[in-house]
Design a protein. Sequence first.
Length: 282
Amino acid sequence: MSPGDVEELEIELLLEGIFRRYGVDFRNYSRASVKRRIGICREKLNVERFSDLIPELLNNKEAFNSFLLNMSVGVTEMFRDPEFFLTFREKVIPVMKTYPFVKIWHAGCSTGEEVYSLAIILQEESFLDRSVIYATDFNALSLDIAQKGIYSMEDFKHFEANYQATGAKSRLGDYCKEKYGFFKLSDQLKKNIVFSTHNLASDGVFGEMNVIICRNVLIYFDKMLQNRVFHLFRDSLSPLGFLCLGTKETVKFSDVADEFDLLFKKEKIFRKISNTNGQAIL
């Protein structure tokens, strides 16, 4: 067995141990991404082999929590990909307004910046009070940051520029307060947001939703896990529900591809085909 094969075996044993010990499943994440992130953990803990992480992570909860935080992708920002939020504002929300109340699942919400971005747009379109956003992530530490809604001012100008490109009706500063180099988003935005842990790799249907947003998460999964998640989303969406993915993600090659219509190619917004008329119509 070559050294590379031994490393692969060590990683498999580590991921299997984590799943059995904590119920957190990374076994079908993209192997290149997982290996890179485990390598960072190995360097931090100053151990020679991947297998040396097994006793440390299985017996030291603090070390595991640090590992878990590192494994979270966590690449997010407010109003990331402004074109998506502009299209959501102009094309999706008018359809949502034909319903008395909608449920939105923001899966893999990380530290929450995009969840609050969505809440701001819903508020500006006078629809937040008729919506509930379920913001979920497998990482409790990320969710804790999201629930607090406190972020560094370092990127505020960039966030403001993103926001203005979404057809903004105000200034970002109107939705937050600055203090000691941080800004805290208004509690008013949180009133219709429910934060909860949910693992896309292992947990089941979250509920019947009108909209599911899961952007830039599936690119870190292998094909088998992507397919599992698409089945989960299909089963969690009401007829004619919207599925919003990241710019490099698509439902096209999954088992459920023929159950969705692509509405907006660039923004990767799909709509579940109705069970009654066989097509999704805006």
